[in-house]
Design a protein around this ligand. Sequence first.
Ligand SMILES: Nc1nc2c(ncn2[C@@H]2O[C@H](COP(=O)(O)OP(=O)(O)OP(=O)(O)O)[C@@H](O)[C@H]2O)c(=O)[nH]1
Ligand SMILES: [Mg+2]
Length: 292
Amino acid sequence: MQDLHYFPGHMKKTQRAIEEVIKKVDAVCEILDARIPLSSRNPDIDALTAGKPRLIVLNHTDQADSAKTKLWSAYFRCCGYAVMETAAKSGAGVKEFVPAVRALLSEKLQRYAEKGQAGRTIRVMVVGIPNVGKSTFINRVAGKIRAKAENRPGVTRSNQWVNVGGSLELLDTPGILWPKFEDQAAALRLAFIGAIRDEVMDLEELACALMEFLARDYPACLLERYKVSPETGESGYDLLCRTGRKRGFLISGGEVDTERMAKVLMDEFRSGKLGRFTLEQPEAVQEQRYEE
Ligand SMILES: Nc1nc2c(ncn2[C@@H]2O[C@H](COP(=O)(O)OP(=O)(O)OP(=O)(O)O)[C@@H](O)[C@H]2O)c(=O)[nH]1
Ligand SMILES: [Mg+2]
């Protein structure tokens, strides 16, 4: 697969916008995708938001492996962050947000109360990579549609304050990704879940890579959904062909329409029809510690 570089102009603008606004916010809420908690982190966020209390939201938990989500929560708590688990699309877990922010800022709120400013506005900036669910999450917290949310990366184009009631304002921001993917495996995982615009990639190559990943880590789901059992050493392309043939996706001359099968595979993986997946886990040594 060709190197993936994804840094359209508006992402640079977002970095500048964060630098401008960070002084005005009380806390930062970083939304991650529970399916790829590491690859969906932006390494620049730590530097950009330095010193601000941080809440990590593991979103998309409805599509992730729940046992692994628990491990990731423990991992981030161990790193010193406050953590929440949500599925913003259905709203699951979102009601924990306001209490979590209040707990995170308890000292500040106490100071405000002592000064007779109990109702003073608290501002939280919501950040995360494209398509992770920032706008959906904010709409859920607000209890109504306030920010535009759609299933494609790059929907939110500029910072937008949303008053969610209870003296709380949330700042919706455009998704930001790091300027250059150093780690191609992480880039691939981002592409799998749809955080990179499909237009900039070869969907068939992506589907072959996903087939190889599924054959290695989740062969049972291929058997269950497509009645295809991966053979040792079988390439992603061969698997795509076999699956396409099983589905009857043929073009003239009896050849398999691999492009169509690629699209179906990506759609079914992303929509959850293939099951729930967590593509990354905390390092084995840490995992042991969390299980004790
Ligand atoms: N299954 C599932 N889908 C979700 C979840 N959260 C958001 N989505 C969907 O993901 C898509 C993207 O959501 P948005 O809220 O627009 O994401 P965003 O982070 O604001 O995206 P940008 O503004 O483009 O950076 C939408 O189709 C949402 O319905 C979730 O927890 N589970
Ligand atoms: Mg958005």
